[in-house]
Write a protein that binds this ligand. Structure first.
Ligand code: SF4
Ligand code: SF4
Length: 398
């Protein structure tokens, strides 16, 4: 019977191979003690019965009781089901079995609790640091969206750009051109890492290729992303692929749980020598779930808190018809959600910048790093749900 640390060390010293039997918090705490004593290499595996096996606990394998070697020393590290485990060990004719006294189990649990508290503290510190960094202007723009149209041919539930409930609205290239040139002037044709040309579904824009060429001309160094749901990608002509290739456009495709030949899209892009990637969070084996920010209709959220918690704040800037917004959500909920559902989320002059009045890029960076009054309508935090098509119901956002 192991009553204290001295007993524990004696057992560990006297045995070459150790197995812990039964996986629970006592087991994890006892592993910590073993590792702390420097004898962690002697632990061959944690053994359990039931379904929790062929995995790891603190880096040690969890195996079924069948794997026990008969000459090994077994520490019965269970808080529950001890009788059942003893019966199984007897059946396997395991001779060396050490029991843990209740006080020692308590000691192991305390050790575990202290470690977890330390990890929780570290997690919280990192989270707070990330939130504080939201309020620091960046030395460059990380992600800039040019909105080229509002509507979409897929219409996902709770779309953050409100494309699923938007009327057909296309911004002509002539209008976009002015904004592209102006943004390039402010940013000196540089100082932005990624530019997304999107909507809505950008492949529905009749002048898409002219827009892509224009963006590349005015931002020669940025990563330019054509962010598409892919529904129309395989119908594109040679001219489309040639433009993407020659103007170094990256096709960013979100993989939805619908019948589409995603493998073919990737293959065609490769054949055409065009950069192709899945949207962050989707990939070869991962299909999209959806996230959405909820709208508080009476605007009673704390805008600073929403801003601090928001993953897109001080990151995803948005340009729409001569105005620079801190995020797509504010601009599009104001324009589309209000109109579609007859609501009155109010936008003030503090919620955007007129790009034709902006003095320099620093003004954009500082604006991006500040909570706006409109953030009070927004939860800031994303809620996740399975992807499905929109029923165009207000409950998808409220
Ligand atoms: S495909 Fe994109 S833009 Fe279209 S509804 Fe879905 S999330 Fe919105
Ligand atoms: S309104 Fe504010 S909190 Fe909501 S998405 Fe935009 S920046 Fe984030």
């Amino acid at each position: 019977m192991i009553k204290n640390m001295a007993d524990f060390q004696k057992v560990v010293r006297e045995n070459e191979k150790i197995y812990f039997v039964y996986v629970d918090d006592v087991c994890e705490g006892t592993i910590d003690l073993l590792v702390q004593s420097g004898e962690g290499y002697k632990l061959k595996a944690c053994v359990t019965s039931g379904t929790f096996m062929d995995c790891e606990i603190r880096g040690y394998e969890v195996k079924s009781i069948e794997h026990l070697e008969q000459d090994a020393c077994v520490l019965l590290t269970c808080n529950t089901r001890q009788d059942e485990m003893v019966a199984q060990l007897e059946k396997k004719e395991i001779k060396k079995v050490e029991f843990l006294e209740e006080n020692f189990k308590f000691f192991a649990l305390k050790r575990l609790k202290n470690r977890r508290r330390g990890e929780d503290t570290e997690f919280l510190i990192n989270k707070m640091r990330d939130q504080m960094l939201k309020f620091v202007p960046k030395p460059y723009m990380e992600y800039l969206v040019f909105n080229i149209l509002d509507h979409c041919n897929l219409r996902c539930k709770g779309c953050d750009h409100f494309a699923c409930v938007a009327d057909e609205y296309i911004i002509p290239h002539e209008r976009l051109h002015k904004d592209i040139v102006r943004m390039s002037e402010i940013l000196h044709g540089d100082n932005v890492m990624k530019i997304a040309v999107m909507g809505g579904e950008p492949l529905l824009h009749p002048e898409l290729l002219e827009i892509l060429k224009d963006v590349r001309k005015h931002f020669p160094y940025a990563i330019i992303r054509l962010t598409t749901n892919g529904l129309l990608l395989l119908q594109q002509n040679e001219e489309f692929w040639k433009t993407c290739r020659e103007y170094d456009i990256t096709i960013v495709n979100t993989k939805y749980p619908i019948q589409l030949d995603y493998a073919k899209m990737k293959e065609v892009a490769k054949e055409q020598g065009v950069k192709f990637q899945y949207f962050e969070g989707t990939g070869d084996d991962t299909v999209k779930t959806s996230s959405k920010k909820t709208i508080t209709l009476d605007g009673t959220n704390d805008p600073v808190k929403s801003f601090a918690q928001c993953y897109i704040s001080n990151y995803g800037n948005f340009v729409m018809e001569g105005k620079f917004y801190g995020c797509p959500f504010s601009c599009q909920s104001y324009r589309i959600f209000n109109q579609k559902f007859g609501k009155n989320l109010r936008m003030t002059e503090k919620d955007y910048l007129d790009i034709y009045q902006v003095k320099d890029m620093q003004e954009l960076f500082e604006f991006s790093a500040k909570p706006r009054p409109y953030c009070r309508y927004c939860s800031g935090i994303d809620r996740w749900h399975e992807w499905e098509r929109s029923k165009k119901d207000i409950s998808e956002w409220v």
